[in-house]
Design a protein around this ligand. Structure first.
Ligand code: ATP
Length: 128
């Protein structure tokens, strides 16, 4: 990786570079799954929800809601994890701004998770 990137001159499009970026994104997800305990909980929740959806044979329309809910939680968790890593580099010691940044990012995960629980309850309700 370059130490500094020249952002004023756009690089020409390259499929090799795009596939490398894709690889970095996959590596980020794998790293998060290996290191973040909250991600393990999201993985368990995802498997339970998917299992229930198959068991109850939910409709395609209902699957859409479940997918949206699960994706929202995963996206919030990835952003939260990235914020934590950047904060730890920017300010390794205690800083009140870092506390606010980390707590707000964690709040985003909580909002997504509560929303997912509500969507899950509303979606599965008719199948019970
Ligand atoms: N460098 C820092 N400066 C100020 N506050 C911090 C710093 N690092 C963490 N905190 C705050 O300390 C509290 C606990 O942080 P911690 O990262 O342990 O939270 P956590 O969500 O329990 O962690 P994890 O989910 O990674 O196990 C949070 O309120 C967080 O914002």
């Amino acid at each position: 990786m370059n130490e500094t990137k020249n952002v004023s001159t756009p690089e020409p499009f390259s499929l090799a570079a795009r596939s490398k970026s894709f690889g970095y994104a996959i590596a980020g997800i794998v790293f998060m799954l290996k290191t973040q305990h909250n991600a393990w909980l999201h993985l368990i929740a995802t498997m339970i929800v998917a299992g229930m959806a198959f068991y109850f044979k939910v409709s395609a329309a209902d699957w859409r809601w479940l997918v949206v809910a699960m994706v929202a939680v995963w996206v919030a968790e990835t952003i939260n994890t990235a914020v934590e890593y950047v904060c730890d580099v920017v300010s390794p010691g205690y800083a009140i701004a870092v506390k606010h940044a980390k707590d707000i990012a964690a709040g985003g995960v909580l909002i997504a998770a509560v929303g997912a629980v509500l969507i899950g309850a509303l979606t599965f309700w008719p199948y019970f």
